[in-house]
Design a protein around this ligand. Structure first.
Ligand code: C2E
Ligand code: CA
Ligand code: CA
Length: 667
């Protein structure tokens, strides 16, 4: 399984975010500017309205007062002319008109008092005082006129009425003129104010409009920027970062769309063989470059309507629209395999890969994308494990329940994500008590189901061809651990379990040799545990493979011995160094004498063949002592220690080393 590095795109996103924040800042500034301008415009509008209204009211008051004074001036002038008229024509009619005019003057002054302010009232008071004095003199003068006393009339006129009237007339005319001027200047002020606001208002309005337009354009820019960013985010969520191809999500979406049309849809699942080798040999840089070339290769061999997606690692999927039958889809799959056969050129290096393709067809192999994808997965693994190149899903060949099929998909991803870990269970010398080795037992830290034990996934891996990558993974991790132990100065043999299928994989010895070299671990520090039944699947092939492994210097242990049918005669010819007595006998030997006999005989016979004997499933001190009595060499079981995570194992072992240095081991 390959693990092409997927480069996410932080750079453009950070860039967008930075740009976005600049735009947002500008938009905020423009907004604040607009608010200020709107505030200024409002203040201006209120001020100009109030100023105009105030000025207009003042102008109106001034004008009214000016009219009042003018009225008084007219009345005073009429009073004087009637006074003269009476002196010339002293009759009752003229006298009545005079009296009315004098009263009219007083009334006009009262109107001034009413309309005017305090100053005007004081003025009216002083004029009335003078007027009353004048009237007293005027009446005396009229009486002299009535008597025909010309000299008396002239005297009163010269000394009293004329000077006192002159004071009144001058004062009234003077004030009337001033009030008239004041009224004119108020009107002038009002006109000036109106012309100023008349000129300023459109200017202020235009300024506000310009700023509002600016803000609108800035916020439109901001919105457009957000739209672009959103579009990029949507694109990123639906596409693979490395190759730019649609990802699993988009594939599922297109799959659903295609299924809704009612036409048959073909799904091809393509896994690149040997991709991991390229990654390991040349580096991820080459692997990534190769992966980016795969999409265009596949697309070139397909129709425009078909979709090529990358599901992760070295796995691609192709959606074929409107396929008539499975065979048509198989033909396309063959074509795609051929398209990938031409070597890929990366930096002047020709890289060869092959592909395994699983084929399914909607309707025939399932109705929904999930089922179809799972079945394509199984078909692909059949193609891969049986070196078929292309394989169309075959319901008869698939004995998996949907739950198991789902688990299979998970397991494949678990290998990619390195969710599998190893626990180590010590093997100890029964006579000396020292730790002579550790068996690596795989665990799966499942993201949803928690820690899974091998029984729940190893058989599945064995049936689907996933056991190959799984064994590679375990060998790799176990050898890394062996190297770590070597580095601490306390080397330990590590045992790895092999499955029957591993024994049929002719590439295994080369792979083991490669991993030993890679980790710098001497071959004798690796032991491979093989069950009898695994050897019996294809004894000859298994035999020659074990020979090859043994030739590397690796030790071979026969696991679960006694439960199968391996005759001791066959054992003699196998390159085996250790026999591991099946725990079913060990667990029961203290209560079941026939099992005890079997254990004892196996120990004896194994020793006769020069093999090391190990008993697993040692759960009690009694079992250990029985085994010691039989002369068994090594023990493994809960009584000594349960399988432990590497760190816990190291702690346990450190305690053990300290213990054995002083006395005997604890068990
Ligand atoms: P196995 O090879 O026979 O491994 C021994 C199993 O017995 C382990 O179970 C271990 O935890 C358990 N065991 C150890 N001491 C005692 C004891 O005192 N009493 C009892 N009742 N059990 C004991 P585990 O780890 O669940 O492994 C189960 C099987 O899964 C292994 O049986 C082995 O066949 C397989 N397996 C584990 N790891 C791998 C692996 O990396 N590759 C392959 N191909 N198979 C593996
Ligand atoms: Ca084992
Ligand atoms: Ca076993």
């Amino acid at each position: 399984m390959g693990t092409g590095t997927t480069r996410l795109g932080p750079a453009p996103q950070t860039g967008l975010r930075r740009q976005d924040s600049v735009v947002a800042r500008r938009s905020k500034l423009a907004g604040a500017g607009l608010v200020l301008v709107l505030l200024a415009v409002s203040v201006y509008a209120v001020w100009s309205a109030q100023a105009t209204a105030g000025s207009a009211a003042a102008a109106a008051t001034a004008s009214r007062l000016s009219d009042d004074y003018a009225q008084a001036a007219t009345a005073v002038a009429a009073e004087e002319s009637l006074e003269r008229k009476y002196r010339l024509e002293p009759n009752a009619k003229v006298r009545a008109r005079y009296d009315a005019t004098a009263a009219g003057f007083v009334a006009a002054l009262e109107v001034v008092r009413h309309d005017g302010r305090a100053g005007d009232a004081a003025f009216v008071d002083s004029v009335l005082v003078h007027h009353r004095a004048y009237l007293t003199a005027a009446y005396r003068m009229f009486r002299a006129t009535d008597r025909g006393d010309i000299a008396g009339v002239r005297k009163i006129d010269n000394e009293q009425t004329d000077p006192s009237f002159a004071v009144i007339e001058r004062a009234v005319l003077d004030v009337a003129r001033r009030k008239h001027d004041a009224s004119l200047s108020q009107i002038d002020h009002l006109q000036r104010l109106e012309s100023t606001t008349g000129r300023l208002t459109p200017l202020v309005f235009l300024l506000g409009l310009a700023l509002a337009t600016l803000l609108a354009s800035v916020s439109r820019g901001h919105r457009r920027q957000l739209d672009v960013e959103r579009a990029v985010a949507v694109h990123d969520a639906l596409h693979d970062a490395l190759t730019g191809l649609p990802n699993r999500t988009l594939l599922a979406d297109r799959f659903n769309q295609a299924l809704r049309t009612g036409a048959s849809v073909g799904l091809l699942l393509i896994d690149l063989d040997r991709f991991k080798e390229i990654n390991d040999t040349f580096g991820h840089h080459y692997g990534d470059a190769l992966l980016t070339q795969v999409g265009p290769r596949l697309s070139a061999a397909l129709r425009e309507v078909d979709t090529v997606a990358r599901l992760g690692g070295d796995e691609f999927a192709v959606l074929l629209h409107d396929v008539r039958c499975v065979n048509d889809a198989v033909v396309v799959a063959e074509k795609l395999r051929a398209a990938l056969e031409t070597p890929f050129r990366v930096e002047d290096v020709d890289l060869d890969i092959e592909a395994s393709v699983g084929v399914v067809l909607s309707g025939e192999h399932g109705e929904d994308p999930t089922t179809l994808l799972q079945r394509a997965d199984i078909a692909m693994y059949v193609a891969k494990s049986q070196n078929l190149g292309v394989f169309a899903y075959d319901a008869d060949a698939d004995g998996h329940s949907p739950a198991k099929v789902a688990l299979l998909g998970d397991l494949r991803r678990a290998l990619d994500r390195r969710e599998l870990t190893l626990h180590y269970q010590p093997k100890v010398s029964i006579s000396g008590g020292d730790v002579v080795g550790a068996e690596a037992l795989v665990r799966w830290q499942h993201p949803a189901r928690g820690l899974l034990f091998p029984d729940s996934f190893i058989p599945l891996a064995e049936h689907t061809g996933l056991i190959g990558p799984l064994t590679t993974y375990v060998l790799d991790s176990a050898l890394a651990q062996a190297r770590a132990w070597l580095d601490t100065g306390h080397p330990l043999t590590v045992s790895v379990n092999l499955s029957a299928r591993n024994l049929l994989d002719s590439r295994l010895p080369a792979e083991v040799a490669g991993l030993l070299g890679q980790h710098g671990v001497p071959a004798e520090l690796l032991e491979l545990e093989v069950t009898e039944s695994a050897i019996m699947t294809e004894p000859e092939r298994a035999h020659s493979l074990l020979e090859e492994l043994s030739a590397l210097g690796v030790r071979i242990s026969i696991d679960d011995f006694g439960a199968g049918y391996t005759s001791l005669g066959q054992l003699k010819n196998l390159p085996v160094t250790e026999l591991k007595i099946d725990k079913s006998f060990v667990l029961t030997m203290d209560s079941d004498s026939s099992n005890a006999l079997i254990v004892q005989s196996v120990v004896d016979l194994g020793h006769n063949l020069g093999l090391t004997l190990i008993a697993e499933g040692v759960e009690t001190a009694q079992a250990l002592s029985t085994l010691r009595g039989y002369g068994c060499d090594v023990a493994q079981g809960y009584h000594i220690a349960r399988p432990l995570a590497a760190a816990a194992f190291d702690q346990w072992r450190a305690a053990q080393l300290a213990e054995t240095a002083v006395t005997q081991p604890v068990w």
